[in-house]
Design a protein around this ligand. Structure first.
Ligand code: SAM
Length: 282
């Protein structure tokens, strides 16, 4: 591995090769091969089944873009569910909103969480140990079924899973059937967000996810942002039962909400959210 290349699948016929400086950890869990490596250009990186998930150099772009538009769209997100998000960075961003009382993070693979706790403190920044955090090891599908049975309700649900086309373990959570179940554990004015990989390289798969969201939620917004270490623009989808996503186009109001909630970011602000939503997807 040393001095060799991590070949990151991008499209069916295209890859991005990144030179490895050092291998930090490698483990085959019951669900996936987990690698933590230090790579040229991007620093420490989490790689699952050969797909780069996040790097210290640019993960903030991805995690802030995934979390804050949905959190801002909801006027008072107290209970938030994160499905996936193994490295703890999505949890970190959710906890920045000072009204959040409980952030539940459900990941299928405890080994991803344990390796991230030990080797990727720059990503979780202690979020796993925050008193408002509740980390559950379970398949997101099973967890949501159980939450429906016990009548649990969330203000915001965020899916930060492996891509809809890269791993078998996440595929079923990107379907209309599962998003309908998510809608059942969302409060009346609930908001949903998910990453959906690359529309450019996997157009059909992406459109299936976007159509699933449009079939379940009254308001849906699609946006994307370039993630240097991914080698492509990552697509995101927000779904809301009650709040028109156009609210997010008012950048002064968005900045005011971020300020009032005490949310400090490196990338996201009102103008960038408005720009991403206005630019749409291509
Ligand atoms: N940031 C990454 C990206 O850019 O796409 C994705 C975040 S994270 C590393 C993906 C997480 O999804 C992993 O920790 C994996 O274990 C988790 N995961 C995959 N399928 C899952 C499922 N069915 N239920 C819960 N977690 C799942």
């Amino acid at each position: 591995m040393l001095g060799t290349l991590i070949v990151q699948g991008i499209g069916k016929n295209s890859v991005m090769a990144i030179k490895v400086r050092s291998l930090i950890a490698i483990k085959k869990s019951p669900f996936q091969e987990i690698i933590v490596a230090d790579v040229e250009e991007f620093g420490k990186a989490l790689i699952l089944d050969g797909y780069l998930q996040s790097t210290v150099a640019d993960e903030f772009i991805y995690h802030e873009s995934l979390v804050h538009p949905a959190m801002i769209l909801h006027p008072n997100p107290k209970r938030v569910l994160i499905i996936g998000g193994g490295e703890g960075a999505t949890l970190r961003e959710v906890l920045k909103h000072n009204m959040v009382e409980e952030a539940v993070m459900v990941d299928i693979d405890k080994d991803v969480i344990e390796l991230s706790k030990e080797y990727l403190p720059e990503m979780h920044q202690g979020s796993f140990f925050n008193k408002r955090s509740k980390v559950v090891i379970d398949d997101g599908k099973n967890f949501v079924e159980k939450e429906i049975k016990r009548g649990a309700q969330y203000d915001v649900v965020i899916m930060d899973l492996t891509d809809p086309y890269s791993s078998e373990i996440a595929k079923e959570l990107y379907t209309k059937q599962f998003l309908e179940k998510i809608s059942m554990i969302l409060v009346e004015d609930g908001v949903f967000a998910t990453q959906a990989g690359s529309r450019f390289f996997y157009r059909e798969v992406y459109e299936d996810v976007a159509n699933a969201a449009k079939n379940v939620f009254k308001y849906v917004a699609e946006y994307q942002v370039w993630i240097p270490s991914f080698g492509y623009s990552c697509n995101f989808i927000i779904g809301s039962k009650n709040f028109d996503t156009k609210i997010l186009l008012n950048h002064e109001n968005v900045d005011k909400v971020l300020r009032l909630r005490g949310v400090e970011t490196r990338f996201i602000n009102g103008k960038r959210i408005a720009a991403m939503l206005s630019m749409g997807i291509y």
